[in-house]
Ligand binder design. Structure first.
Ligand code: ATP
Ligand code: MG
Length: 262
């Protein structure tokens, strides 16, 4: 199994949107995919059914690892795609807790996921590089960094990557997949320029080629808790996240089941 943390220093840059749609892309390609909502604000969880707010989830497992794992798993219409909501114990050691406080529990969570034969585990984290988010990154095989394509946001990227390098001291095996630009507006000069600026700023291997466009459909989809691709008008976005998935597959040296069969 490969675990991928989806993290950023800044909030509101598209982590949850990328997590949901990328997880959907992996699942469509035949990977047994688990999407974990590690954000106590519970955006992925919110986006599930109303009952899901009552489900036990990731933070309940951290608070009590004795909880049966089946109780956390939420199936979706795709049989290769399951979710774990953030759960009820949302205050668990978030904010202010020293890095490492929950490291061993996050690792044991991921070992349990692996034992369930998942191929990919994507973890949507809260913004920042401290506390629980740092624990998730230090427990994952790889980290993906969404960044909104706007001039001010771009400037914080090198700092974020420095922060990741510091975490690699604790977890040398961490693969930094790089930055994926989101909410790109090709018809807006500032947005286009920020894409170019980041290309100039980062080594090639740290910037993914796939650009996620700004599209109001993402807002609609996230209000309904759906991957954009399952919405009637959203099929165009399938290609975007398939492209992101292929780039990540290449970086991680894995091949989709679909490709193996077809
Ligand atoms: N490509 C996009 N096009 C248009 N709107 C988008 C896009 N990606 C995200 N959004 C919208 O921007 C807002 C923030 O996105 P999202 O929740 O994915 O960010 P986040 O990084 O997870 O935020 P937080 O740090 O609060 O968890 C949401 O309203 C979402 O619907
Ligand atoms: Mg989020």
């Amino acid at each position: 199994m490969i675990s991928i943390a989806v993290s950023s220093q800044k909030g509101g840059v598209g982590k949850t949107t990328v997590s949901i749609n990328l997880a959907h892309a992996f699942a469509r390609a035949g990977f047994r995919t688990l999407l974990v909502d590690a954000d106590p604000q519970g955006s992925v969880g919110l986006s599930l059914t109303r009952q899901s707010r009552l489900l036990s989830g990731f933070y309940d497992y951290l608070a009590d690892p004795g909880i049966p794992f089946e109780r956390l798993l939420v199936p979706t219409r795709l049989d290769t795609f399951s979710l774990v909501a953030s759960g009820q114990a949302g205050d668990y050691e978030v904010g202010g807790a020293p890095t490492g406080a929950s490291l061993s529990r996050v690792r044991s969570f991921l070992r349990t996921v692996e034992a369930r034969d998942f191929d990919i585990c994507l973890i949507d984290t809260p913004a920042g590089l401290f506390g629980l988010t740092a624990d998730v990154i230090c427990s994952s095989d790889a980290v993906l960094v969404p960044q909104q394509a706007e001039p001010l946001g771009i400037r914080s990227v090198p700092k974020m990557l420095e922060g990741l390098n510091r975490l690699r001291v604790i977890h040398p095996g961490l693969a930094v997949l790089g930055v994926v630009l989101t909410m790109v507006q090709q018809n807006m000069e500032e947005s286009r320029e920020s894409v170019i600026a980041l290309r100039n700023l980062l080594p090639e291997e740290l910037l993914l080629r796939t650009l996620v466009p700004r599209d109001p459909l993402f807002v609609k989809a996230s209000a309904r808790g759906l991957p954009i691709g399952v919405m009637e008008e959203g099929t165009g976005a399938l290609a975007v996240f398939d492209s992101l998935r292929s780039e990540i597959e290449a970086k991680l040296n894995i091949t989709s089941k679909a490709a193996q069969v077809g």
